[in-house]
Design a binder for this molecule. Structure first.
Ligand SMILES: [Zn+2]
Length: 306
């Protein structure tokens, strides 16, 4: 058993009642509601005891993707994607960076790894324990400091007012209930803290290409049909990222506003997008140019402040 650092124990909370947790061996206990949670391989598992089928289906899918037999993590396109993530965060994370940085839906925590190298205090969360184990191995290799927590993004196991900056790159769209995750981000942000999320936006790309891979555009009526086809009829066979929806700019802005965030800002997320549809470089380049046009935008960023 390895004791969690005191500074980490202080920010963790029971996901059920949000009280402090106490570590005894490889278990975290909540003195208030008597729930206990295991620490697996140094990673607190604060997932709810019971999860919906939809949640466990997605979780299993991502655990499979991150299993040791699964595809290797550092596919070449991911490097460009991570560099763009860092550029984006650096644009908006303007404070002295002494507080905690949360990477929500961190996977193997590639973004956090860069910030940890700079000496920032990083926390990575994901519902895939396999992803977090890979992240941990990579951090240990470089002797970097970290806290990884396996949990549900809609019910964060952290105290109030903890994070200086939250980065949710491609995570909140994987749950039907987007409002709860945004509300939880607000609760756990420090006053003045910032949040940036990257989400798929409803556009011609999403309505064609995205939908082939299981994206569900949040258009009333149409959404339920797409969900039925992908998750009932096809049993998620083509939904390579599990459950995933796309929003209009108005919808996601409303969710942020209703979640109590201030200074909301949205815009095209200019990044490297992998084009799998064509082999020809010529066609790939045309696609890349088209993606910058509003009609074809694949993703947008949404920022908010507490
Ligand atoms: Zn509790």
């Amino acid at each position: 058993m390895v004791p969690l650092k005191e500074s980490y124990l202080q920010i963790l909370a029971c996901p059920m009642c949000k009280s402090h947790l106490i570590q005894k061996g490889d278990t975290l206990y909540c003195a208030d509601c008597n729930n206990s949670y295991p620490i697996e391989d140094g990673i607190p598992n604060l997932l709810p005891k019971k999860v919906s089928t939809e949640f466990s289906d997605s979780m299993n899918l991502w655990n499979k993707r991150y299993s040791s037999e699964g595809p290797e993590l550092d596919e070449p396109y991911q490097n460009s994607y991570i560099i763009d993530n860092l550029k984006h965060i650096n644009r908006f994370w303007a404070s002295d960076r002494k507080g905690f940085f949360l990477e929500a839906g961190c996977g193997t925590a590639n973004v956090s790894r860069f910030f940890s190298r700079e000496g920032r205090r990083v926390v990575g969360i994901d519902f895939s324990m396999n992803a977090l184990k890979k992240a941990k191995a990579a951090f240990n290799n470089e002797r970097l400091d970290f806290l990884f927590v396996c949990c549900d993004i809609r019910n964060l196991p952290f105290r109030n007012d903890v994070f200086e900056f939250i980065y949710a790159g491609g995570s909140i769209e994987h749950f039907e209930d987007t409002k709860s995750s945004v509300a939880e981000f607000r609760r756990t942000l420090k006053p003045g803290g910032k949040l940036t999320a990257l989400v798929p936006v409803i556009s011609l790309s999403m309505l064609t290409y995205g939908m082939l891979y299981g994206n569900l555009p949040a258009v009333p009526g149409f959404f339920n049909i797409a969900k039925f086809v992908h998750h009932r009829l096809l049993k998620g066979k083509f939904a390579i990222y599990g459950y995933e929806k796309s929003f209009t700019v108005g919808q996601i802005t409303n969710i942020f506003e209703n979640g109590g965030l201030n200074n909301i800002e949205t815009g095209y997320y200019d990044s490297y997008y992998e084009i799998k549809m064509f082999k020809s470089e010529f066609l790939k380049n045309i696609c890349k140019k088209l993606l910058k046009h509003r009609l074809f935008w694949p993703m947008i960023y949404v920022n908010g402040e507490k």
